[in-house]
Design a protein around this ligand. Structure first.
Ligand code: ADP
Length: 664
């Protein structure tokens, strides 16, 4: 029994051993398997991670669809790529998404094809979202037994860019084709014309085909070298503009203006010349030039005629002054005897005097204007103190202002010192403006003068509170013989025309501002201020002997005058004033008399029959030991020609007709 038990026990022991060995083996195997499983799990995990990363990096959206088109699964790296959220999409069918009939048909066809052929298919479709129309491109493959995998890419941006490009190209093509300007596209490599617009075809006359088989050198006058020089410039993006000659199908050569610039087509730079036919413009310009020439010629002819008119007027007024001289002279002589006249005779005499004075004023003005227009007036610019000259002005018009009961306001800036101008002419202008101001201003109103200087300009103003000038007439008043306003005043209508011309000869301006009923303002601008010491100017001042102070009554006066009537007038006047008079009628006789006769003063006419007064005066100066004052006596002189006669060597100047008051 015991042996049996031992046997059994041994059997059990060896079986246990066997089982333990098995168990160890199994355990080993299990451990190995567990390790392997862990490894493959880690590998799986790694590959999952990689797949997720891959999915995230992929721009595409992955759709898993059932064979009937139901959405089973969706993977999108960016949720915003989906127009409908994933949870709303899953379970829905492609038929419920809102594809157009056309696209839905294409999608279902594609699924059908994949299922039947088990080959991948390509598909493009659109989806109208609330925001915009979006474009997609899909690669569809079988996925497991009954499923479909679609990898979908959003190509909206790309499509839009493509569309814009197409539209842009169409627009440029349209511009090219419909442009009125002649346009070519030239290949810079070989000077071939590769494109031409309809305007080019109609301009050159060749068909599109013919034109695009030519080189630019076939129609342009440029040589191939010149073309290539331009090509180089164009290649470097230099825009060019040049004049050329182009040949047409007819053989005609046209002058053209070429604007050449580069243009890039499909990545290659081409020359893009825009060509303008300027032959007509050139012909028009030539016409304009010849018109200008004609105009210039007629202007010159008009100037010549104007000069002739001025010379005529100057001569006429000179001729008029001679008889006027005697009318005025004799009426002055008559006036001296007026005590013996009755009232009517005195009145007649007054009329004669007034009318001849007015006539004289007119003749003088015409003479002035015609001399200015004939360019015979020279402006003698010298520095002088403007404020001093202006301060003396009121004295000259004092009696006129007083008689009319007008107030004169003087406003002169003491800082305005030295200006460079012709003092005599400027005074002439200012007297004219002042006498107008007095003439056109009612009693109790004001008139005024004002002067200012700045760095390089003197501004002088003469203003009044008079009747004013209508806005429309303001421009006219500077025209010769223009008198404006309802009531005409005595005058010639020449004063302002002369004044403006005299100021313009200074390089300055004379303008007017006025309001009807409120007054006028005449403004003179004289450019060029200089500063100089006053002493220097004082030294330069001209001093004339007045004759009056130096001559004693009963002195002898030699008169050299050829006109018999003038001789009579002068003799009568001088005798009346108590002088002894010796008259000679020519230059030579005058010289002889000056040498022989004892005379204290010589009055010398300028226009003498043999030699003129200036020459006669010089001869007398040369030949006579005694220095007798010689005074020029002339009708042919403009107001303020004193300086000129002084430089010639005269001691003074008396303008004819002689005014007795001035001789006294
Ligand atoms: P005149 O005074 O001799 O007529 P002007 O040439 O000096 O010639 O003047 C031309 C015209 O301009 C005058 O007739 C007058 O109608 C107008 N005029 C000139 N100065 C004034 C002024 N201060 N106020 C109003 N009108 C003026």
């Amino acid at each position: 029994m015991k042996e049996e038990v031992n046997n059994n026990y041994n059997k059990m022991g060896s079986r246990i051993k066997e089982h333990s060995a098995d168990l160890i083996k199994i355990n080993k195997q299990l451990k190995k398997e567990i390790a392997e499983h862990r490894e493959s799990e880690a590998a799986l995990h790694e590959s999952d991670k990689r797949n997720t990363a891959l999915l995230q990096a992929m721009p595409d959206i992955l759709f898993v669809l059932g064979r009937d088109g139901t959405y089973i699964d969706i993977k999108a790296a960016r949720k915003e790529d989906l127009t409908i959220p994933i949870d709303q999409l899953i379970g829905k069918n492609v038929r419920d998404i809102g594809f157009s009939d056309y696209d839905l048909k294409a999608i279902l066809n594609c699924i059908e094809n994949v299922l039947q052929t088990a080959k991948r298919q390509f598909l493009e479709y659109e989806l109208n979202t609330p925001k915009e129309l979006r474009f997609y491109e899909a690669v569809v493959v079988p996925f497991g037994k009954y499923e479909i995998l679609a990898s979908v890419r959003d190509i909206t941006k790309h499509r839009k860019a493509e569309k814009a490009l197409k539209e842009g190209e169409a627009r440029y093509r349209n511009m090219f084709n419909s442009n009125q300007s002649v346009m070519l596209i030239v290949d810079p490599e070989n000077a071939d014309i590769v494109d031409a617009n309809p305007a080019a075809i109609s301009f050159y006359g060749w068909s599109y085909k013919e034109l695009t088989r030519k080189k630019i050198t076939d129609i342009a006058s440029l040589t191939i070298d010149q073309v290539f020089a331009k090509v180089e410039l164009v290649k470097n993006w230099h825009h060019q503009h040049y004049i050329d000659h182009h040949r047409l199908i007819t053989g005609d050569i046209r002058e053209v203006e070429v604007f050449n610039s580069p243009v890039i087509i499909n990545g290659k730079t081409f020359m893009f010349p825009i060509i303008h036919d300027i032959s007509k413009r050139i012909a028009d310009e030539q016409k304009v030039q010849s018109l200008i020439k004609e105009l210039k010629e007629s202007r010159t002819a008009a100037d010549v005629a104007n000069l002739a008119k001025s010379t005529f007027l100057a001569n006429m007024s000179h001729e008029l002054r001679t008889p006027l001289n005697s009318i005025l002279g004799f009426s002055q002589l008559l006036e001296m005897e007026k005590d013996s006249f009755d009232t009517r005779q005195v009145e007649f005499l007054e009329h004669i005097k007034n009318s001849s004075n007015h006539l004289l004023e007119m003749v003088n003005d015409i003479l002035d204007l015609s001399k200015i227009e004939a360019g015979k007036i020279e402006i003698n610019k010298k520095p002088f103190a403007l404020n001093q000259m202006m301060a003396r002005l009121p004295m000259a018009v004092k009696s006129l202002v007083f008689q009319k009961g007008i107030e004169l306001i003087v406003d002169i800036d003491f800082d305005c010192e030295i200006i460079q101008a012709d003092e005599v002419r400027l005074k002439q202008v200012l007297y004219n403006l002042l006498s107008n101001a007095i003439k056109f201003t009612d009693p109790k109103k004001k008139i005024g003068i004002k002067a200012r200087t700045s760095v390089d300009v003197a501004v002088i103003e003469v203003w009044d509170e008079g009747r004013g000038i209508d806005e429309n007439d303001l421009g006219k008043v500077f025209d010769p013989f223009e008198q404006v306003g309802k009531t005409k005043q005595q005058g010639t209508g020449l004063g302002l025309a002369i004044s403006r011309k005299l100021i313009e000869l200074h390089g300055g301006t004379l303008t007017a501002e006025s309001r009807i009923g409120e007054g006028s303002r005449f403004i003179i601008h004289i450019p060029g201020i200089i500063l100089q010491s006053r002493k220097e100017i004082e030294q330069k001042k001209v001093k004339f002997p007045t004759g009056k102070r130096e001559l004693e009554r009963r002195s002898n006066i030699l008169v050299v005058e050829d006109n018999v009537t003038n001789q009579m007038v002068i003799e009568a006047i001088l005798n009346r004033l108590g002088y002894g008079v010796h008259i000679e009628g020519s230059g030579h006789e005058g010289i002889e008399a000056a040498m022989k006769e004892e005379c204290d003063l010589i009055l010398m006419d300028i226009q003498l029959p043999d030699m003129d007064g200036i020459e006669t005066m010089r001869e007398i100066r040369r030949k006579c030991k005694k220095r007798v004052p010689i005074v020029a006596l002339t009708a042919y002189a403009m107001k303020g020609d004193l300086e000129k006669y002084k430089t010639e060597g005269f001691d003074g100047y008396i303008s004819k007709p002689i005014v007795i008051e001035r001789l006294k």
